[in-house]
Design a binder for this molecule. Structure first.
Ligand code: 13P
Ligand code: SF4
Length: 363
Protein backbone atom coordinates (compact mmCIF):
# COMPACT_ATOMS: atom_id res chain seq x y z
CA UNK A 1 0.00 0.00 0.00
CA UNK A 2 1.19 3.52 -0.82
CA UNK A 3 3.25 5.33 1.83
CA UNK A 4 1.71 8.67 2.79
CA UNK A 5 4.58 11.13 3.30
CA UNK A 6 4.61 14.88 3.96
CA UNK A 7 8.04 15.46 2.36
CA UNK A 8 10.86 13.60 0.58
CA UNK A 9 12.62 13.31 3.94
CA UNK A 10 9.50 11.81 5.52
CA UNK A 11 9.25 9.34 2.62
CA UNK A 12 12.89 8.34 3.11
CA UNK A 13 12.40 7.80 6.88
CA UNK A 14 9.30 5.69 6.33
CA UNK A 15 10.97 3.62 3.59
CA UNK A 16 13.98 3.12 5.85
CA UNK A 17 11.81 1.71 8.64
CA UNK A 18 10.39 -0.87 6.27
CA UNK A 19 13.22 -1.59 3.85
CA UNK A 20 16.56 -0.87 5.59
CA UNK A 21 17.44 -4.60 5.62
CA UNK A 22 16.55 -5.08 1.96
CA UNK A 23 17.48 -1.93 0.00
CA UNK A 24 20.91 -0.24 0.46
CA UNK A 25 20.68 3.24 2.04
CA UNK A 26 22.12 5.16 -0.92
CA UNK A 27 19.48 3.60 -3.15
CA UNK A 28 16.73 4.28 -0.61
CA UNK A 29 17.53 8.01 -0.66
CA UNK A 30 17.23 8.20 -4.45
CA UNK A 31 14.10 6.05 -4.54
CA UNK A 32 12.41 8.04 -1.78
CA UNK A 33 12.65 11.21 -3.91
CA UNK A 34 11.09 9.46 -6.90
CA UNK A 35 8.38 7.74 -4.84
CA UNK A 36 7.42 11.04 -3.19
CA UNK A 37 7.09 12.74 -6.59
CA UNK A 38 5.01 9.82 -7.99
CA UNK A 39 2.55 10.08 -5.10
CA UNK A 40 2.32 13.87 -5.50
CA UNK A 41 1.53 13.50 -9.22
CA UNK A 42 -0.87 10.64 -8.53
CA UNK A 43 -2.97 12.94 -6.31
CA UNK A 44 -2.73 15.84 -8.77
CA UNK A 45 -3.93 13.63 -11.64
CA UNK A 46 -6.54 11.75 -9.58
CA UNK A 47 -4.94 8.44 -10.59
CA UNK A 48 -5.16 4.96 -9.09
CA UNK A 49 -1.96 2.91 -9.03
CA UNK A 50 -2.35 -0.87 -9.05
CA UNK A 51 0.75 -2.99 -8.34
CA UNK A 52 1.29 -6.70 -8.84
CA UNK A 53 2.90 -8.69 -6.00
CA UNK A 54 6.07 -9.11 -8.15
CA UNK A 55 7.01 -5.42 -8.15
CA UNK A 56 10.43 -4.74 -6.63
CA UNK A 57 10.35 -3.82 -2.90
CA UNK A 58 10.99 -0.04 -3.16
CA UNK A 59 8.19 0.23 -5.73
CA UNK A 60 5.78 -2.27 -4.17
CA UNK A 61 5.81 -0.65 -0.74
CA UNK A 62 5.62 3.02 -1.71
CA UNK A 63 3.32 3.95 -4.59
CA UNK A 64 0.55 1.40 -5.38
CA UNK A 65 -2.83 2.14 -3.77
CA UNK A 66 -3.61 -1.54 -4.12
CA UNK A 67 -1.28 -4.51 -4.44
CA UNK A 68 -2.36 -8.06 -5.17
CA UNK A 69 -2.50 -11.06 -7.47
CA UNK A 70 -4.10 -11.02 -10.92
CA UNK A 71 -7.61 -11.73 -9.65
CA UNK A 72 -7.53 -9.12 -6.87
CA UNK A 73 -6.16 -6.48 -9.24
CA UNK A 74 -8.80 -7.26 -11.90
CA UNK A 75 -11.49 -6.98 -9.26
CA UNK A 76 -10.20 -3.67 -7.92
CA UNK A 77 -9.71 -2.29 -11.44
CA UNK A 78 -13.38 -3.05 -12.14
CA UNK A 79 -14.46 -1.10 -9.02
CA UNK A 80 -12.52 2.15 -9.29
CA UNK A 81 -14.11 5.53 -10.03
CA UNK A 82 -10.74 7.21 -10.75
CA UNK A 83 -10.38 8.40 -14.37
CA UNK A 84 -6.73 7.25 -14.68
CA UNK A 85 -5.24 3.83 -13.80
CA UNK A 86 -1.47 3.28 -13.81
CA UNK A 87 -0.80 -0.45 -13.89
CA UNK A 88 2.47 -1.68 -12.40
CA UNK A 89 2.57 -5.18 -13.83
CA UNK A 90 2.73 -6.80 -17.26
CA UNK A 91 0.76 -5.91 -20.38
CA UNK A 92 -2.01 -8.54 -20.12
CA UNK A 93 -2.82 -7.20 -16.64
CA UNK A 94 -3.06 -3.57 -17.82
CA UNK A 95 -5.10 -4.73 -20.80
CA UNK A 96 -7.48 -6.54 -18.44
CA UNK A 97 -7.95 -3.29 -16.49
CA UNK A 98 -8.74 -1.50 -19.77
CA UNK A 99 -11.22 -4.19 -20.88
CA UNK A 100 -13.06 -3.73 -17.58
CA UNK A 101 -12.86 0.09 -17.75
CA UNK A 102 -13.26 1.16 -21.39
CA UNK A 103 -14.02 4.78 -20.53
CA UNK A 104 -10.91 5.19 -18.34
CA UNK A 105 -7.31 5.79 -19.31
CA UNK A 106 -4.96 2.92 -18.46
CA UNK A 107 -1.19 3.45 -18.54
CA UNK A 108 1.63 0.91 -18.26
CA UNK A 109 5.12 2.36 -17.59
CA UNK A 110 6.94 0.08 -20.05
CA UNK A 111 5.76 -1.21 -23.44
CA UNK A 112 8.21 -4.12 -23.07
CA UNK A 113 6.47 -5.84 -20.14
CA UNK A 114 5.10 -8.92 -21.93
CA UNK A 115 4.63 -12.51 -20.73
CA UNK A 116 5.80 -15.80 -22.24
CA UNK A 117 2.39 -17.37 -21.58
CA UNK A 118 0.44 -14.58 -23.28
CA UNK A 119 2.80 -14.78 -26.24
CA UNK A 120 2.36 -18.57 -26.67
CA UNK A 121 -1.13 -18.51 -28.20
CA UNK A 122 -3.11 -16.51 -30.77
CA UNK A 123 -6.83 -16.00 -31.39
CA UNK A 124 -6.47 -18.21 -34.47
CA UNK A 125 -5.04 -21.03 -32.35
CA UNK A 126 -8.16 -20.83 -30.14
CA UNK A 127 -10.44 -21.04 -33.19
CA UNK A 128 -8.56 -24.17 -34.35
CA UNK A 129 -8.91 -25.76 -30.91
CA UNK A 130 -12.65 -25.10 -30.94
CA UNK A 131 -12.94 -26.69 -34.37
CA UNK A 132 -11.02 -29.77 -33.18
CA UNK A 133 -13.04 -30.16 -29.95
CA UNK A 134 -16.55 -28.96 -30.90
CA UNK A 135 -18.72 -27.94 -27.96
CA UNK A 136 -15.87 -27.87 -25.43
CA UNK A 137 -15.82 -24.57 -23.51
CA UNK A 138 -12.59 -22.55 -23.64
CA UNK A 139 -11.09 -21.44 -20.31
CA UNK A 140 -8.44 -18.76 -20.84
CA UNK A 141 -5.90 -18.15 -18.11
CA UNK A 142 -5.87 -14.39 -17.62
CA UNK A 143 -2.25 -14.41 -18.86
CA UNK A 144 -3.52 -14.04 -22.45
CA UNK A 145 -4.02 -11.16 -24.86
CA UNK A 146 -7.39 -9.41 -25.36
CA UNK A 147 -8.03 -11.12 -28.71
CA UNK A 148 -7.51 -14.57 -27.13
CA UNK A 149 -9.88 -13.65 -24.28
CA UNK A 150 -12.39 -12.52 -26.93
CA UNK A 151 -12.39 -16.07 -28.38
CA UNK A 152 -12.85 -17.68 -24.95
CA UNK A 153 -15.87 -18.51 -22.79
CA UNK A 154 -14.47 -17.71 -19.37
CA UNK A 155 -11.18 -16.53 -17.88
CA UNK A 156 -9.46 -17.75 -14.73
CA UNK A 157 -6.41 -16.87 -12.67
CA UNK A 158 -4.16 -19.01 -10.51
CA UNK A 159 -6.45 -18.31 -7.56
CA UNK A 160 -9.62 -19.74 -9.13
CA UNK A 161 -8.58 -21.99 -12.06
CA UNK A 162 -9.83 -25.28 -10.54
CA UNK A 163 -13.06 -23.64 -9.32
CA UNK A 164 -13.75 -22.24 -12.81
CA UNK A 165 -13.09 -25.60 -14.50
CA UNK A 166 -15.11 -27.57 -11.91
CA UNK A 167 -18.03 -25.17 -12.34
CA UNK A 168 -18.40 -25.85 -16.07
CA UNK A 169 -21.05 -28.31 -17.13
CA UNK A 170 -18.80 -30.07 -19.68
CA UNK A 171 -16.85 -33.34 -19.91
CA UNK A 172 -14.11 -31.84 -22.06
CA UNK A 173 -12.70 -28.39 -21.32
CA UNK A 174 -10.12 -26.55 -23.41
CA UNK A 175 -7.68 -24.86 -21.01
CA UNK A 176 -5.20 -22.36 -22.48
CA UNK A 177 -2.32 -21.54 -22.63
CA UNK A 178 -0.34 -22.88 -19.62
CA UNK A 179 0.51 -26.59 -20.01
CA UNK A 180 1.59 -27.01 -16.38
CA UNK A 181 -1.31 -25.11 -14.86
CA UNK A 182 -3.62 -27.27 -17.01
CA UNK A 183 -2.06 -30.41 -15.54
CA UNK A 184 -2.23 -29.05 -12.00
CA UNK A 185 -5.90 -28.13 -12.50
CA UNK A 186 -6.64 -31.55 -14.04
CA UNK A 187 -5.23 -33.19 -10.92
CA UNK A 188 -7.39 -31.01 -8.65
CA UNK A 189 -10.56 -31.57 -10.66
CA UNK A 190 -10.05 -35.29 -11.40
CA UNK A 191 -9.80 -34.87 -15.16
CA UNK A 192 -7.25 -36.46 -17.48
CA UNK A 193 -5.13 -34.25 -19.74
CA UNK A 194 -5.11 -34.40 -23.49
CA UNK A 195 -1.43 -33.76 -24.03
CA UNK A 196 -0.24 -30.25 -24.75
CA UNK A 197 -0.23 -29.60 -28.45
CA UNK A 198 3.25 -28.72 -29.58
CA UNK A 199 3.92 -26.50 -32.58
CA UNK A 200 5.15 -28.37 -35.61
CA UNK A 201 6.50 -26.30 -38.47
CA UNK A 202 5.41 -28.87 -41.05
CA UNK A 203 1.76 -28.84 -40.08
CA UNK A 204 -0.92 -26.21 -39.99
CA UNK A 205 -2.56 -25.54 -36.63
CA UNK A 206 -5.67 -27.34 -37.82
CA UNK A 207 -3.71 -30.52 -38.58
CA UNK A 208 -1.99 -30.35 -35.18
CA UNK A 209 -5.19 -30.15 -33.19
CA UNK A 210 -6.88 -32.90 -35.18
CA UNK A 211 -3.84 -35.13 -34.61
CA UNK A 212 -3.91 -34.42 -30.87
CA UNK A 213 -7.53 -35.51 -30.78
CA UNK A 214 -6.75 -38.68 -32.73
CA UNK A 215 -3.99 -39.82 -30.34
CA UNK A 216 -6.27 -39.33 -27.30
CA UNK A 217 -9.34 -41.35 -28.20
CA UNK A 218 -10.34 -42.38 -24.60
CA UNK A 219 -13.63 -41.20 -23.16
CA UNK A 220 -14.12 -39.40 -19.85
CA UNK A 221 -13.62 -35.97 -18.33
CA UNK A 222 -10.65 -34.28 -19.95
CA UNK A 223 -8.74 -31.04 -20.16
CA UNK A 224 -7.31 -30.15 -23.55
CA UNK A 225 -4.11 -28.26 -22.85
CA UNK A 226 -1.90 -25.93 -24.87
CA UNK A 227 1.91 -25.85 -24.83
CA UNK A 228 2.50 -22.45 -23.19
CA UNK A 229 4.85 -22.17 -20.23
CA UNK A 230 5.93 -19.46 -17.87
CA UNK A 231 9.61 -18.88 -18.59
CA UNK A 232 10.20 -18.25 -14.87
CA UNK A 233 8.27 -21.05 -13.17
CA UNK A 234 9.23 -23.76 -15.68
CA UNK A 235 12.82 -23.50 -14.48
CA UNK A 236 12.20 -24.75 -10.94
CA UNK A 237 12.87 -28.49 -10.59
CA UNK A 238 12.33 -31.26 -8.04
CA UNK A 239 16.12 -31.39 -7.78
CA UNK A 240 16.08 -27.75 -6.53
CA UNK A 241 13.61 -28.82 -3.85
CA UNK A 242 15.65 -31.88 -2.85
CA UNK A 243 18.84 -29.80 -2.56
CA UNK A 244 17.15 -27.13 -0.43
CA UNK A 245 15.52 -29.74 1.81
CA UNK A 246 18.87 -31.53 2.25
CA UNK A 247 20.45 -28.26 3.43
CA UNK A 248 17.43 -26.97 5.42
CA UNK A 249 15.25 -29.94 6.46
CA UNK A 250 12.79 -27.63 8.28
CA UNK A 251 12.08 -25.40 5.26
CA UNK A 252 8.47 -24.90 4.10
CA UNK A 253 8.31 -24.70 0.29
CA UNK A 254 5.62 -22.79 -1.59
CA UNK A 255 5.21 -23.21 -5.36
CA UNK A 256 3.13 -21.17 -7.80
CA UNK A 257 0.77 -23.40 -9.83
CA UNK A 258 2.58 -22.35 -13.03
CA UNK A 259 5.39 -24.68 -11.84
CA UNK A 260 5.70 -28.24 -13.20
CA UNK A 261 3.24 -30.68 -11.59
CA UNK A 262 6.07 -32.72 -10.00
CA UNK A 263 7.42 -29.51 -8.42
CA UNK A 264 3.96 -28.58 -7.10
CA UNK A 265 3.58 -32.13 -5.71
CA UNK A 266 6.96 -31.92 -3.96
CA UNK A 267 6.18 -28.51 -2.40
CA UNK A 268 4.27 -28.01 0.86
CA UNK A 269 1.80 -25.48 -0.52
CA UNK A 270 0.71 -24.17 -3.90
CA UNK A 271 -1.38 -21.10 -4.60
CA UNK A 272 -1.55 -17.72 -6.29
CA UNK A 273 0.96 -15.04 -5.38
CA UNK A 274 -1.43 -13.56 -2.78
CA UNK A 275 -2.26 -17.01 -1.40
CA UNK A 276 1.48 -17.57 -0.84
CA UNK A 277 1.80 -14.20 0.90
CA UNK A 278 -1.13 -15.04 3.20
CA UNK A 279 0.31 -18.50 3.90
CA UNK A 280 3.62 -17.06 5.13
CA UNK A 281 1.83 -14.41 7.22
CA UNK A 282 -0.52 -16.88 8.84
CA UNK A 283 1.90 -19.74 9.63
CA UNK A 284 5.01 -20.06 11.79
CA UNK A 285 7.86 -22.01 10.20
CA UNK A 286 11.63 -21.78 10.79
CA UNK A 287 12.13 -20.72 7.16
CA UNK A 288 10.30 -20.48 3.84
CA UNK A 289 11.28 -20.85 0.20
CA UNK A 290 9.09 -19.40 -2.54
CA UNK A 291 9.27 -20.96 -6.00
CA UNK A 292 8.22 -17.85 -7.87
CA UNK A 293 9.62 -14.46 -8.95
CA UNK A 294 12.27 -13.42 -6.44
CA UNK A 295 11.05 -9.89 -5.61
CA UNK A 296 8.04 -11.36 -3.86
CA UNK A 297 10.32 -12.98 -1.29
CA UNK A 298 11.81 -9.54 -0.55
CA UNK A 299 8.34 -8.00 -0.23
CA UNK A 300 7.28 -10.69 2.24
CA UNK A 301 10.55 -10.36 4.17
CA UNK A 302 9.97 -6.59 4.54
CA UNK A 303 6.50 -7.15 6.00
CA UNK A 304 7.50 -10.12 8.17
CA UNK A 305 10.96 -9.17 9.49
CA UNK A 306 11.01 -12.01 12.05
CA UNK A 307 10.55 -14.67 9.33
CA UNK A 308 13.40 -16.20 7.35
CA UNK A 309 12.95 -16.28 3.58
CA UNK A 310 15.39 -18.36 1.52
CA UNK A 311 16.18 -17.10 -1.97
CA UNK A 312 16.51 -18.76 -5.40
CA UNK A 313 17.08 -15.48 -7.17
CA UNK A 314 18.64 -16.76 -10.38
CA UNK A 315 15.08 -16.92 -11.70
CA UNK A 316 13.64 -13.45 -12.40
CA UNK A 317 10.75 -12.37 -14.59
CA UNK A 318 12.33 -10.12 -17.23
CA UNK A 319 8.90 -8.65 -17.99
CA UNK A 320 7.82 -7.71 -14.48
CA UNK A 321 11.30 -6.26 -13.96
CA UNK A 322 10.70 -3.75 -16.77
CA UNK A 323 8.57 -1.73 -14.37
CA UNK A 324 10.59 0.66 -12.21
CA UNK A 325 10.03 3.73 -10.05
CA UNK A 326 11.76 5.78 -12.74
CA UNK A 327 9.46 4.75 -15.60
CA UNK A 328 6.40 4.94 -13.33
CA UNK A 329 7.26 8.60 -12.76
CA UNK A 330 7.70 9.09 -16.50
CA UNK A 331 4.34 7.41 -17.13
CA UNK A 332 2.59 9.96 -14.92
CA UNK A 333 4.62 12.92 -16.20
CA UNK A 334 4.31 12.13 -19.90
CA UNK A 335 1.01 10.22 -19.88
CA UNK A 336 2.47 7.01 -21.34
CA UNK A 337 2.12 4.21 -22.40
CA UNK A 338 -1.59 4.15 -23.01
CA UNK A 339 -3.23 0.73 -23.31
CA UNK A 340 -6.01 0.43 -25.85
CA UNK A 341 -8.32 -2.41 -26.89
CA UNK A 342 -10.52 -2.00 -30.02
CA UNK A 343 -14.20 -1.94 -29.01
CA UNK A 344 -15.55 -5.04 -30.85
CA UNK A 345 -12.76 -7.17 -29.34
CA UNK A 346 -13.17 -5.60 -25.90
CA UNK A 347 -16.91 -6.24 -25.88
CA UNK A 348 -16.28 -9.96 -26.47
CA UNK A 349 -13.34 -10.23 -24.06
CA UNK A 350 -15.22 -8.55 -21.20
CA UNK A 351 -17.80 -11.36 -21.10
CA UNK A 352 -15.11 -13.95 -20.32
CA UNK A 353 -13.65 -11.70 -17.61
CA UNK A 354 -17.01 -10.89 -16.03
CA UNK A 355 -17.88 -14.60 -15.87
CA UNK A 356 -14.60 -15.17 -14.05
CA UNK A 357 -15.25 -12.31 -11.60
CA UNK A 358 -18.66 -13.80 -10.82
CA UNK A 359 -16.99 -17.12 -9.84
CA UNK A 360 -14.65 -15.46 -7.31
CA UNK A 361 -11.66 -16.90 -5.55
CA UNK A 362 -11.24 -20.53 -4.51
CA UNK A 363 -8.87 -20.10 -1.58
P1 13P B 1 -0.93 -14.44 -9.81
O1 13P B 1 -2.29 -14.29 -10.40
O2 13P B 1 -0.83 -15.63 -8.88
O3 13P B 1 -0.49 -13.17 -9.17
O4 13P B 1 0.10 -14.81 -10.97
C1 13P B 1 0.38 -13.96 -12.04
C2 13P B 1 1.62 -14.35 -12.72
O5 13P B 1 1.92 -13.87 -13.78
C3 13P B 1 2.47 -15.34 -12.07
O6 13P B 1 3.60 -15.55 -12.81
FE1 SF4 C 1 4.40 -14.22 -17.38
FE2 SF4 C 1 5.84 -15.93 -15.93
FE3 SF4 C 1 6.47 -13.35 -15.88
FE4 SF4 C 1 4.21 -14.23 -14.67
S1 SF4 C 1 6.34 -14.70 -14.12
S2 SF4 C 1 4.42 -12.44 -16.03
S3 SF4 C 1 3.62 -15.86 -16.08
S4 SF4 C 1 6.59 -14.71 -17.70
Amino acid sequence: MAIEATSERDMYEKMKTLLAEIVPDAELRIKAEIAYEINRLKTEKNALILGHNYMEPALYHTVPDIVGDSLELSRRAAETDKPLIVFLGVHFMAETAKILNPEKTVLIPSPKAGCSLAESITAEDVRHLRAAFPGAPVVAYVNTSADVKAESDICCTSSNAAKVVAGLDAETVIFIPDAYLARNVAKETGKRVIAPIRPDDNESNGARTTRAQAVNPQKGAAIVAWHGRCEVHERFTVQDIERIRAQFPDVVILAHPECRPDVVAAADFSGSTSAMIRYVKETEAPRYLLLTECSMGDNIAAENPHKTMLRLCSVRCPHMNQITLENTLDALRHHRYEVDVPEPMRARAVRALERMLAVGCQR
